[in-house]
Design a protein around this ligand. Structure first.
Ligand code: PMP
Length: 434
């Protein structure tokens, strides 16, 4: 690997434009990354091209959205055709029904669907629906699981790694100043992957729903323990609570039918966003017909000017058309080669690390002796060490999230994996204990 890349021009553009845009970014999750927020001119396949003229192999993949890589031809074409037909009708369009049919065919729990624009928003719809159906207030939410940035749900979640209370009796920790503290009363926070605590909590009989990432992907990439999802589902049924899967990351990434198909557990309600439309603002709430129909007939409000936005719907159809079984087979081979290659290289370099997760989304945690099972385990990982490693990778042309997640697309082919592993080898040498 030659000279390290520099990012001076990005820093300059961010500094200049912080006069207009707070912090030079439009999402707080784009702040605070090393060496600073970057500015991109173009994306193509596995690569992003920044204003410094750097070509970066991108493993952010739009925070998980770009499951087909940057700017795939099929999605571009679908968007162009829809733009020519019209942009927003405040009425129905054939594209949204075609999009709905595809999702209902692909997702096991999807008897009915409603579209929205962001994961945060459809998480709200899910919580409201569960409360309306059960007449109860409490939502069980797990430490480290993220379901959007709204006041009522942004508790005990990344990036605030300060877990509250003892491990077997967590207390809610807010994620932002200005958050309404009374919203915490609507939640019951538990540690994930511990069935006994869910059973005990549900037995009190006041829980509207259990909401979870079916595989925990906002802190680590952690599978549910064997029998955990089934056990939670049985406890929900026994005690009259609904089971909600947040598949905003796992959807179309752990497989075409999401985590629910992969793990064989069908929730009452689930939500999707990110990879559903490869970078266009589409989200969905799906589930049992009798539940989702309450948006139409049960007095449960769900609205949005941009819901089922026709251009985004066309992008979604273009994306779903490309998400064939062959897509998953091919990309999985690259993903596994990359994941196992990283694990081997770190071991050889004498860096203690756990590489865990799936084919198209995995996680690298430094400093752990065992794979993490939950948020508290992740909180014990060496964040600082990994952050230095991620910076060393960026300087070698590989862009990875500082929190350890790697998102793989179908464009991360053998050649890209080879280049990545070479950078990993060099970065590992730089940060390895001497
Ligand atoms: N749920 C999960 C599991 C997520 O990872 C995210 C986004 N990181 C959200 C919900 C919120 O989605 P959005 O950013 O589209 O509002």
């Amino acid at each position: 690997m030659g000279d390290k890349l520099n990012f001076e021009q990005s820093a300059k553009v961010i500094a200049e434009n912080s006069r207009f845009v707070a912090g030079g970014v439009n999402s707080n999750f784009r702040l605070g990354m090393q060496p600073g927020p970057l500015v991109f001119e173009r994306g193509e396949g596995a690569y992003l091209f920044d204003v410094d003229g750097n070509r970066l192999i991108d493993y952010y993949c739009g925070m998980g959205a770009m499951v087909l890589g940057h700017n795939p031809a099929g999605v571009r074409q679908a968007v162009k055709e829809q733009v020519d037909r019209g942009i927003l009708f405040a009425g129905q369009a054939p594209v949204e029904f075609e999009a709905a049919r595809i999702i209902c065919e692909r997702i096991p729990s999807a008897e009915r669907i409603r579209f929205g624009s962001s994961g945060s928003e459809v998480a709200q719809a899910a919580v409201r629906l569960a409360r309306a159906v059960t007449g109860r207030r409490k939502i069980v939410k797990f430490e480290g699981h993220y379901h959007g940035w709204f006041d009522n749900i942004l508790w005990s979640t990344a990036p605030a790694l300060n877990a509250g209370g003892p491990e077997d009796a967590p207390v809610p920790v807010g994620g932002s100043k200005g958050q309404d503290p009374s919203e915490a009363e609507g939640l019951s926070i538990l540690g994930w992957n511990d069935l006994a605590s869910v059973e005990a909590r549900l037995a009190k009989g006041d829980v509207a729903a259990v909401l979870m990432e079916a595989a925990m992907c906002n802190q680590g990439a952690i599978s549910p323990a064997p029998g955990y999802l089934e056990g939670v589902q049985a406890a929900c049924r026994k005690h009259g609570a609904l089971l909600i899967f947040d598949e905003v990351i796992t959807g179309f990434r752990l497989g075409r039918g999401g985590a629910q198909e992969r793990f064989g557990v069908t929730p009452d309600i689930s939500i999707f966003a990110k990879a559903i439309a490869n970078g266009f603002p589409v989200a969905a709430i799906v589930g049992r017909a009798d539940l989702i129909d309450l948006f139409a007939t049960g007095g449960v409000l769900h609205g949005g000017t941009f819901n089922a936005q026709p251009v985004a719907m066309a992008a979604m159809i273009g994306t779903q058309n490309a998400l064939t079984p062959e897509h998953y087979e091919r990309s999985s081979v690259y993903g596994v080669r990359l994941r196992d290659g990283i694990s081997d290289i770190l071991k050889e370099a004498g860096i203690k690390a756990q590489v865990t997760g799936f084919e198209l989304m995995f996680h690298v945690a430094f400093g752990l002796d065992e794979p993490a099972r939950n948020y508290r385990d992740m909180a014990r990982s060496d964040k600082k060490g990994y952050s230095l490693f991620s910076l060393a990778l960026l300087q070698r042309g590989v862009r990875v999230l500082e929190r350890g997640a790697w998102f793989v697309s179908s464009e991360h082919n053998d050649d890209v994996v080879d280049q990545t592993l070479e950078a990993v080898r060099s970065a590992a040498r730089e940060v390895a204990p001497q």
